[in-house]
Write a protein that binds this ligand. Structure first.
Ligand SMILES: [Zn+2]
Length: 456
């Protein structure tokens, strides 16, 4: 599906008018306290308290943006709060931003509501290490996925006034209308199905609505970007025959296919195989930040043709070109340190942290995140971009200024409005594009299921 309803030229004058103030409306705490950030905060406070015409305009625009944000269905397709839930005893009713909190998070119910969130896809993240873990250690991979699914269900059970489980795009619309947040799940790491189509179907029946085909590890049927240059890993040149069967089965049952984390060749194999639109649940643009976790312009165009949606990741290591380069270098360093200190993970971590600190280029402005959204809108089309935060799946301070946690989502609406995006196009970015893809995946499934039954 192709749609080019956004016209960049309409935005040019607005960009010129507002570009100087691109950081002036960030209201959240600035955690690293750099000189530049403090100066900006002082300027910000001064400009907000003055009565200059531009401040009035900005306040009016902010009010209009907040109104639009509240009237939109805001969908986040990737949130890793599940890790603190299952590993650290966190509960969404706690305040993960309390300075005294034992567990610090980007996400909790209070801040989800403050951010105007309508639907959250909780990541059922299964680390590659679970493949080889014994039951006594919380393994294997399918068992870990079941445990995370239970942790999400427990949150829905404990907070019925705030959360309701959604299975369809129509469910999301109904739940948001009732004033609650729709809770959904996506499996991160295809090794979780342990090469079984039956297990895949069982996960669908438990409510899982997308699966990221790989995490950072190549599995038995799909190559990952994360280890594609590691010669010790046996690769498949993309998807295997089983991988293609899994893609077709996901089409048939109506589970969205997520291509974040996969190797480039796997991506193109998926695009050639799928009968339904696909998603990238948390991926940004390689043309802006040269990291192999990000998508090339050619991939973005392929997503546009496929009718899918690229949900932009908020991690500054993927957004900021300076940090993307460092992230790739730190990956190599981590491998070297692991080889040097095979029995001392603490030493590996502390040396890595020290190296990162010494090389830190400073905070990333919010405008860089908006640049990625803008880039996908221009290259893939305005119908093919959305939000996949990766909150609580990235380093605690690894987010742009003004996007420190989930309560800051309205800043995106404001920034897009400043760049001249229409209200209708902003709604698409916030959630309507994902809802369209989810509905289309449901439609394809009902069509395929009425044609043939699975024999595997
Ligand atoms: Zn991820």
């Amino acid at each position: 599906m192709l749609n080019r309803s956004f016209t960049p030229s309409a935005a040019i004058c607005l960009i010129a008018i507002f570009s100087a103030g691109s950081l002036a409306f960030v209201s959240g705490p600035v955690s690293d306290g750099s000189q530049k950030s403090n100066a900006q905060n002082v300027r910000q406070a001064a400009s907000l308290s003055s009565k200059t015409p531009s401040t009035t305009d900005d306040a009016a625009l902010r009010a209009r943006a907040n109104k639009l944000h509240r009237a939109s269905i805001v969908v986040d397709t990737h949130n890793d709060i599940t890790s603190p839930l299952i590993d650290e005893g966190f509960d969404l009713g706690m305040s993960g931003d309390d300075p005294a909190a034992k567990v610090k998070t980007h996400t909790d119910l209070r801040r989800m509501k403050a951010g105007g969130l309508g639907a959250e896809f909780f990541a059922v993240y299964v680390g590659k290490e679970f493949v080889n873990k014994k039951p006594s250690e919380g393994g294997g991979a399918a068992r870990r996925a079941l445990d995370v699914i239970d942790a999400v269900n427990e949150q829905i059970r404990r907070h019925p006034e705030s959360l309701e489980k959604a299975s369809t795009a129509a469910d999301i619309r109904r739940i948001v209308k009732s004033g609650k947040i729709a809770a959904l799940m996506g499996i991160e790491g295809g090794h979780a199905i342990e090469d079984s189509l039956r297990t895949l179907r069982a996960f669908y029946n438990l409510g899982v609505r997308y699966m990221t085909l790989t995490h950072t590890n190549t599995n038995d049927w799909a190559d990952s970007e994360g280890d594609i240059n590691n010669r010790n890993v046996q690769h498949h040149n993309g998807l295997t025959d089983l991988g293609r069967d899994i893609v077709h089965e996901m089409n048939r049952i109506g589970m969205m296919i997520d291509i974040s984390h996969v190797a480039d060749k796997t991506f193109y194999d998926v695009i050639a195989t799928t009968h339904a639109p696909v998603i990238a649940s948390h991926s940004s643009c390689r043309a802006i930040a040269n990291h192999s976790r990000n998508m090339t312009d050619d991939m973005l165009r392929a997503m546009g043709k496929n009718g899918g949606v690229v949900m932009v990741n908020f991690y500054d290591g993927f957004l900021d070109p300076r940090k993307a380069e460092l992230a790739l270098r730190s990956r190599t360093l981590e491998d070297e340190l692991k080889a040097k200190y095979p029995d001392d993970p603490k030493r590996v971590q502390s040396e890595l942290d020290a190296w990162r600190k010494a090389n830190d280029p400073g905070r990333t402005p919010l405008s860089v995140l908006i640049d990625h959204i803008d880039h996908v809108a221009k290259v893939a089309g305005i119908d093919h971009v959305g939000l996949g935060s990766d909150f609580d799946g990235v380093p605690f301070t690894g987010l742009p200024e003004g996007m420190e946690d989930i309560s800051k989502l309205p800043n995106i609406t404001f920034e897009l409005m400043k760049r001249g995006y229409s209200d209708a196009d902003i709604k698409k970015v916030l959630g309507e594009n994902l809802l369209r893809v989810m509905s289309e995946v449901e439609r394809v499934a009902s069509e395929l299921s009425s044609n043939r039954a699975s024999s595997k």
